[in-house]
Design a protein around this ligand. Structure first.
Ligand code: PMP
Length: 407
């Protein structure tokens, strides 16, 4: 792997040059959203200043240029995740919408009374609630793969739960709270032996590890632009064409139709069948630039740099006597959740903030994990390749100060 020049890369992110309360920003909230390199900001600005226009409909020059640029991004996504077909790449507003789309459309086509959908005990609310809604609508049951105290899936229990009622499994690749990297490939293999579809929530994976949808053989993969150095408001649903072709459309509107009369509407082919209405065009361009950026660095190189920083951070934080890690899976990436002594995570977060350190505190949209561990929330430091060992040292110093102040 090629060693990344972190100092130079940091200079490409305008926000990383700013200060908070007069102190250099230490941004450790990358699981919530990553910062954006100048190249991403630029393409969005270029679109608005040079060729802003609606896509897919216009005969005029600007619209054709915008459409071409937007469709190039679809191609970039296809290459980035190694999708077999271009039309298996659906633009959405983000992971949440991608999952809701599948829950709604797969649900309407394939879920009925007595069926079940399987998720895990470590899912983000956006990979729980849409399935509860679909199950309620179709009379299906939700099954949950439990976890152990380290925050790992109990794979024996998974095998037990995987009976003939299961129609779909939806599982996060990497936990946003525990950092656990789940054995999604194993889950997919087992599921496919029984003809069960699998959705992989890659919201916390796509920016950290190479994701190859054909190698995984995933049926659906969801992720957000804003967590991979792109803008908010755009995300991707990858789906195998066999499934997507069988599923009814999600929303009705422009672009998703072939012909409309008051008597009957015929739907468009993939991918437009699932893309009703004007999309987030500038954001789409931004996502394309984000993919260019990540490919320029090399996802393997990003993974290696982050892996080293992760180990450094765990070792450094472990020096604090009062620290308790929440999530100690053997396979982990990027997110480190912890508590210190009896301090409430919110109070720790407030103190860190005063040192210019941005972490997240609370349940991280994973309340069932908090209930499992019997805690109100955690302090979560989540890493990107652009974080440095000096920043980790600042975190450790500030956590130590928090321990003194709060005990
Ligand atoms: N799944 C996981 C694992 C996440 O971490 C997140 C974002 N925190 C989501 C889904 C939802 O992503 P978005 O809010 O971008 O739709």
């Amino acid at each position: 792997a090629r060693k990344l020049d972190i100092e130079r890369l940091r200079s490409e992110f305008p926000i990383l040059q700013t200060t908070v309360y007069g102190k250099p920003l230490v941004y450790l909230d990358n699981a919530a959203t990553t910062q954006k390199p100048a190249s991403v900001i630029k393409v969005m600005n270029d679109y608005y200043t040079e060729y802003n226009s609606n896509i897919h409909r216009g005969v005029h020059y600007l619209s054709q240029k915008a459409t071409a640029e937007y469709e190039i991004v679809r191609k970039k996504v296809q290459n980035f995740i190694n999708a077999k077909h271009l039309h298996e790449v659906i633009f959405t507003r983000g992971t949440t919408e991608s999952i809701n789309l599948v829950a709604s459309c797969f649900g309407r086509k394939f879920l009925k009374e007595g069926d079940s959908v399987m998720i895990t005990a470590m899912e983000h609310h956006s990979n729980i609630v849409p399935w509860q809604m679909a199950c309620e609508e179709h009379g299906a049951k939700l099954k949950v793969i439990p976890i152990n105290d380290k925050g790992e899936l109990l794979m024996d229990e998974f095998e037990q739960l995987l009976d003939e009622t299961v129609k779909l499994i939806s599982v996060t690749y990497v936990s946003n709270t525990l950092g656990t990297v789940n054995p999604v490939k194993k889950i997919i293999e087992a599921a496919h032996k029984q003809g069960v579809a699998v959705l992989v929530d890659a919201a916390q994976a796509i920016q950290h590890i190479p994701v190859d949808v054909q190698e995984l053989d995933a049926d659906f993969v969801a992720f957000s632009g804003h967590k991979m150095y792109g803008p908010t408001g755009v995300g991707i649903l990858y789906g195998k064409e066999e499934w997507l072709n069988q599923m009814p459309p999600y929303q009705g509107g422009g672009d998703m139709i072939k012909t409309v009369t008051f008597e009957k509407t015929t739907y468009n082919d993939l991918p437009l069948k699932f893309e009703a209405g004007t999309p987030s065009i500038a954001e789409g361009m931004g996502l394309g630039a984000a993919i260019d950026y990540m490919e320029h660095l090399g996802v393997h190189n990003i993974a290696e740099a982050e892996g080293q920083l992760f180990s450094y951070a765990i070792d450094a934080l472990q020096e604090i006597d009062e620290i308790r890690f929440i999530g100690e899976a053997t396979e982990r990436a990027a997110s480190i959740s912890f508590l210190v002594g009896k301090a409430h995570p919110f109070d720790v977060g407030e103190i860190l903030d005063k040192y210019g350190i941005a972490v997240r505190t609370g349940h991280h949209c994973t309340e069932p994990i908090m209930n499992f561990f019997g805690i109100p929330g955690t302090v979560r430091a989540s890493l990107s390749f652009y974080n440095t060992t000096e920043e980790i040292d600042k975190l450790v110093t500030a956590v130590k100060k928090a321990v003194t102040m709060l005990s």
